[in-house]
Design a protein around this ligand. Sequence first.
Ligand code: GTP
Length: 360
Amino acid sequence: MQAIILVGGKGTRLRPLTCNIPKAIVPVLNRPFLEHLLRYLGKHGIRDIVLAMGYLPTSIRDCLGDGSQLDVHLTYVVEESPLGTAGAVKNMESLLQGAFVVLNGDILTEIDLTDMIGRHRKVMPRVTMALTPVEDPTMYGVVETSEQGLVTCFVEKPGWGQVATNMINAGIYILDSDILAEIPAATPYMFEQDVFPALLRRGDPILAYPSDACWVDIGTTGNYLKAHHDLLAKQHGHEIVVAGGAHIDATAQIKGPVLVGAGSWIGENAMIVGPAVLGSYCSIAHDVVIDGALLWDGVTVAEGACLHNCVIGSSVRVEAACDIADGCVLGDHVVIQQGSRLPPDTRIWPDGCVNSDREI
Ligand code: GTP
């Protein structure tokens, strides 16, 4: 079976992290995000994978090449302008045969895709859709189902008063290529708002595949940080994983789970409290405290600085005695001057602009 991964979105909710790279390749546990998704598909025997790209496509192609290093075969299709989730699939009609899987390019999961494909082949609905339970369904597309396991209703980002279930669209579908006839060519069109509601109105069956397997979404900065905390705890327990060439001073204290990237350097009396990740070639000076933070590659933190539950982009420089509070997100190459105290949830763009919502 073929899979299509939708990676064309601008990832605006992950800004400023996505100012220079697309969401699909932001680091997750020090690997490009898509690598995790490609390994997941490979594990379920899916090796013929098409990436539907739009925003910064060259960087995705440069990062993953033909996919052979991960034992998959990648084909790239670039949209000149965004076609939406369904329009993107229609755009590659000539490449598709029979049933295929479509995945959002911002979820990581252990949903049993092999079993889901088996259910699809047995029941033969128009669409099979994976569902996952979440604590706060108001941020997502909620999906109601019948006793027979068919989808009855979609409610996009419901208010708490409207929430009848905590099961949401997990962003994984199995579709047959005849669905492509439902999608207009070269026109922005969405599965969630256009194709699936139209099928329901006509009474065409959409089979629900509910699963409580691990599912995380990295689409917002809050979720991106939380996904790391969850994955680190799940995959690494209290482990401290140190890549080649890293140096940790004997007086530094590290409480796992912590990943330390290749060539990083941790100085005297520094304290790293997990779950935390340091990318490659980070430099952490003496008496620094890093508590629950994610640092991308090449970050420099000077003496006495404290970083709490924040995300720090590549090549950021944090000068001495700074304090960076929970939820802060710093874009690539930002410099935080000596003694600065950033209040919670501050965002700084790569050009130094604070808390900007402007378009790129
Ligand atoms: P936000 O701007 O933060 O909403 O993110 P997004 O648009 O990148 O992602 P969203 O969660 O809205 O979309 C879900 C998935 O579909 C993501 O993996 C996107 O990359 C992808 N996607 C959204 N719109 C398009 C599109 O027009 N074309 C393609 N190829 N993919 C898309």
